[in-house]
Design a protein around this ligand. Sequence first.
Ligand code: GLA
Length: 498
Amino acid sequence: MRFSRLFFSLLLATCACGYAADVTGNWLVKQESPDGNIRETYFDLKQDGTNITGAMRSVTFDRKIQSGTIDADGKIVLMMAGQNNRPGQRIQAKFVNGELRVTMPARGGGEEMTAKRAPAGAGGPPAKIEPPALHKVKYNGLAKTPPMGWNSWNKFAGRVTQEDVKGMADAIVSSGMKAAGYIYINIDDTWEGIRDANGNITTNKKFPNMKGLADYVHSKGLKLGIYSSPGPKTCAGYEGSYGHEEQDAKQYAAWGIDYLKYDWCSAGRIYKDEDMHAVYQKMGDALLKTGRPIVYSLCQYGRAEVEKWGPEVGGNLWRTTGDIRDSWDSMTKIGFDQDRLAPYAAPGHWNDPDMLEIGNGGMTDEEYRVHMSLWSLLSAPLLAGNDLRTASKEILQILTNREVVAIDQDPAGHQATRASKNGDLEVWVKKLADGGQAVGLFNRGGSAADMSVKWADLGITGKKKIRDLWKHADIPWTAEAYSANVPSHGVALIRLGK
Ligand code: GLA
């Protein structure tokens, strides 16, 4: 008995030791990327016994700690509040000898970082700048057909360099992509440096000469795109355009930029979704004011019914979804979910279901043909996201299939709608400028399937020319219906003409 009492008090004493160490305070984790960018994350913690409450302030969001614990060894587990009813992140840390080490969550790279004590209240979002009242921004006359080109994010993310971009400009020409219509070379996030003494945005060391790069890209008959955010920081934690919209637009024009992707990211710490319209309008005005033709690409993940006001802020395209991944599930979940947005696509103004993953290795060639067919039927921007310098012949054949590209680039600018769905089998139809139709028969199932589409259901009465756009072959006319055996995770794409 006496022994167990002794054991118990010892245990208590040990625990008391652990709890005595108080992690209460505002803590800052600074992560430096190889290009010199510093990403700051604050953990504002309050310890009460074994419980921890408080908040986390990252570059793109502020989140409350829903529940947090610290054990006798200083091991900390924080359950963050989620967004839109989704579960929040679980963050682990250690507090030993007055030192806090945090395992940074997902976007932070999963590495264990030492936090430093920071002044109370530091790390909050800057004061809100009211955007100007709503008005209609004039159409810039660009993107009469969906933009085509290449974007750095899907393949390179934060590793992209000026040399990669130059290499991609060379490859887009030598691979035949340019001849097929791919013109824009778009640099996504992580080119940004700090602001100079006059508040001008600079590039970081991965992009030593943006003007020179633009000249190089232009010399190849191509166009250069860039990326920013209406918030103080981009999604990767680089300098955004908040409070510098006109200045940045001017700088882009001076460099010779032809396309801007403008990504919501940390604007969400300052503004609500209902402010998006006015916030995007501000950059729309700024771009127009430069006098340079710059395609304006809105990226706010399809929130706040962007398709209804995208054109009014001068937007040429707007993302309709969260980020695509290089998987069949991600691609099909996005692609087959675009039906309701069809009425909003028109020349100059496009729904953007995100960039292509074709050639990145996560899908089969058959699945990538589905990706290409579906995006073309949807009149989606065709922005390749793979390394064009090393793309295989098969992948280039998918991306440069001119008959499929012609469906995407059809001048009437209609977006396909779902004509039928029977389990895993879906038929999508797009009206074409010449009075014809493009029809995709998609098999999302696990085994090959016989599919057919009746002419009557497409409103077709007389005999038509049928062209198989992947086989590059005319198909003899058959009365009543078109039938095909479609492979698993595959497509038959036909064009019906006169
Ligand atoms: C967001 C966008 C992506 C990409 C990254 C860059 O996630 O949706 O397309 O631009 O930011 O940080």
